[in-house]
Design a protein around this ligand. Structure first.
Ligand code: ADP
Ligand code: MG
Length: 625
């Protein structure tokens, strides 16, 4: 720290979020650790006794203070970290209020020993009741050691307020853990009542997590690494099935500072898309780096709450990043289709397909269950899901979340009308043994879709695949508020049980966004005049009741917000079922659209959509090894 300490002018001091800094031993540890980090320490040791009540000592090897600064440091609003209002707009240090040392010195007996490199000797200062009792020179190496004894000795009421030693210890441990996680480049030792609790060497983030939580926890984590213009996000998120009952292992750091953000917690939780149920908490350690101008940390005295200028964008990026990391969870990275021969029927159609592991299968129109029965010719509303349906709007590519298409060239195939392709496919099927580079596709028991991938066999559950597609489509409709609907030639009148009627009425605005046209027609009676194009012909009469039932079911099982529940209920009930026979083109279209979703590998309820059987597994079973 080359800047020297000055006392902030009152006008600036008044702009700083005021409040009690020292509430318990934990706050002392936090403030002192932050000072050591701001002083660029490489190694810090924390020693406490009796939960910090009788002793807290923090020793660092940071920049230290000269004698003059040392005597100023305990004055209120004495800081070397900001001098002007502009500095307050762009905080790069953990501290900036110049209040911590003053507040601590007011309620404890404090000893400061500090030395800068260029000083011949160190400075020792003893303070009690906020007044310097002793100041002298002392021999020591570079760095600062602050010893805080008998916290609240002069304010018995507050001392009384402290919890048991073990509870106060636990709070201190939490602080040490947060600091350790946000700064793996600093060695940290923590000793309590003579026991070494942790002794963490300098290392990578991976090492730090392993040291703090163990190898077993580390093995359940998925890395996150996203760099966008607005924000960089790195760290780890836990696999959903390892979620715990407690929030204790959730950490968000913003520019090296542990923060508490309901909004970001929500973004992450939404990223998990209810793979984790309410009441369970996935592990995460996420570090966000962004321009300090774009975030305000001067919101609360604890400096743990922050305000982002661009809160919505950050929310969306965080959610998308988590969702994508989870989506990749099930992937065998080597999975890849053989590129289709240029003369083959499945050459690239270009288009919306973006997952590099999979080629675009076809350029067939989106699957339309209406055509299964041929009853209602689906007027294609052009409602093809854009890539990453869960990532809203134009932001997705701007944030660099796009993946290059596998086939970037123009369509090479002569994929004509579906009929033609169908015949060609039959031929390909028969000769699949020889033409291993052609991608064949089969339906098994009108339930599963089988196809060859480079590493072996891919099996898709047709119902859950369609469910995933419709779920994201429904969410998109909610977001964009552009319903798409097909008028029914013969409106359906239906009478519901009073409870169901009330629920349906409550859901009406959202049902309309999905594409349902419903009129209330007297007591407990609704008239359905139009349905979303995704609704299978012939099921118009029952679909609403089905959705209401599913909605109630979900309500009983898990806590969902109403829209999410409706999207899930709709997608579950409108999706093709096991037993529905699919044409060749429908299967291909289904798979295309599936890989256009943000999370092809799990359905909205968390069931797997895709199972892969690697060739190596088949070889093993046939004893071909
Ligand atoms: P703030 O951190 O908000 O500036 P503090 O009261 O915590 O206010 O500290 C006051 C000043 O004392 C800091 O600005 C810094 O210059 C100096 N200081 C405190 N702790 C240390 C330390 N461990 N090493 C070097 N300087 C320190
Ligand atoms: Mg400070």
């Amino acid at each position: 720290m080359s800047a020297t300490i000055t006392i902030l002018p009152t006008s600036l001091a008044n702009k700083i979020a005021a409040g009690e800094v020292v509430q318990r031993p934990e706050s002392v540890v936090k403030e002192l650790l932050e000072n050591s980090i701001d002083a660029k320490a490489r190694s810090i040791s924390v020693t406490v006794k009796d939960g910090g009540k009788t002793l807290i000592q923090i020793a660092d090897d940071g920049a230290g203070m000269n004698e003059e600064d040392a005597s100023l440091a305990f004055l209120r609003h004495a800081t070397s970290k900001i001098t002007t209002y502009d500095d307050l707009e762009c905080i790069r240090t953990l501290g900036f209020r110049g209040e911590a040392l003053a507040s601590i010195a007011a309620v404890a007996q404090v000893e400061l020993k500090t030395r800068r490199d260029e000083e011949e000797a160190g400075t020792l200062i003893r303070i009690a009741d906020g007044v310097i009792q002793e100041q002298s020179k002392t021999g020591m190496t570079r760095g600062t050691t602050i010893t805080v004894r008998n916290l609240f000795y002069n304010t018995p009421a507050r001392r009384h307020f402290l919890k048991s030693n073990s509870t106060e210890f636990k709070h201190i441990y939490d602080v040490v853990q947060r600091i350790a996680l946000s700064h793996p480049d600093i060695a940290i030792e923590f000793v309590s009542d003579g026991d070494t609790i942790v002794n963490l060497p300098v290392g990578s983030m991976d090492d730090r997590i392993k040291n703090l939580f163990g190898e077993r926890v580390f093995a359940t984590l998925i890395p996150v690494n996203e760099h966008t213009e607005l924000i960089n996000i790195t760290g780890y998120i836990g696999k959903p099935n390892f979620a715990r009952k407690s929030k204790a292992e959730q950490f968000i750091f913003m520019n090296g500072r542990f923060i508490i953000s309901r909004s970001l917690n929500h973004a992450i939780f939404s990223g998990y898309e209810h793979l984790v149920e309410k009441g369970n908490f996935p592990f995460y350690v996420l570090s966000l780096e962004l321009d300090p101008h774009k975030v305000d940390v001067n919101v609360h005295p604890s400096k743990m709450e922050v305000k982002f200028t661009d809160e919505q964008s950050i929310y969306r990026i965080v959610m998308a990043v988590v969702r994508r990391a989870l989506g990749e969870l099930e992937v065998v990275p080597s999975v890849e289709f053989q590129p289709a021969p240029s003369s083959g029927p499945f050459g690239s159609g270009g288009g919306s397909f973006r997952h590099s592991e999979y080629p675009r299968f076809s350029n067939f129109p989106p699957i339309n269950p209406g055509s299964f029965t041929g009853m209602r010719s689906g007027q294609d509303d052009g409602d093809v899901l854009p890539h990453g349906g869960g990532v809203p709007g134009p932001g997705a590519s701007a944030f660099g979340l796009d993946v290059e298409p596998l086939f970037s060239g123009a369509g090479t195939s002569a994929a004509g009308p579906a009929g033609d392709v169908g015949t060609q496919v039959l031929r390909m099927d028969r000769t699949a043994g020889e033409h291993t580079d052609a991608v064949a596709i089969w339906q098994l028991h009108n339930k599963y879709i089988l196809t060859q991938i480079r590493t072996g066999l891919m099996i898709v559950d047709q119902h859950v695949a369609h469910e995933r597609i419709l779920y994201e489509r429904a969410q998109l409709r909610f977001q964009n508020a552009v319903p798409s609907s097909q008028q029914l030639l013969f409106p359906h009148t239906m009478t519901l049980a009073p409870g169901d009627f009330a629920l349906a009425k409550e859901l009406l605005p959202d049902l309309e966004l999905l594409g349902f046209q419903v009129k209330v027609f007297g007591k407990n009676t609704l008239v359905l005049e139009g349905v979303p194009p995704d609704v299978k012909a012939g099921s118009e009469a029952t679909i609403l009741q089905d959705i209401v039932d599913e909605f109630k079911n979900n309500q009983n099982r898990i806590v969902l917000d109403a829209r999410d529940n409706l999207a899930k209920s709709f997608s579950c009930k409108a999706a093709i079922k096991a037993g529905d026979r699919l044409t060749e083109s429908e299967m291909r279209s289904l798979i295309d659209q599936l890989f256009g979703t943000s999370m092809p590998y799990v359905c909205p309820h968390g069931r797997p959509v895709i199972v892969k059987v690697p060739l190596t597994e088949l070889d093993r079973r046939f004893m071909r090894t």
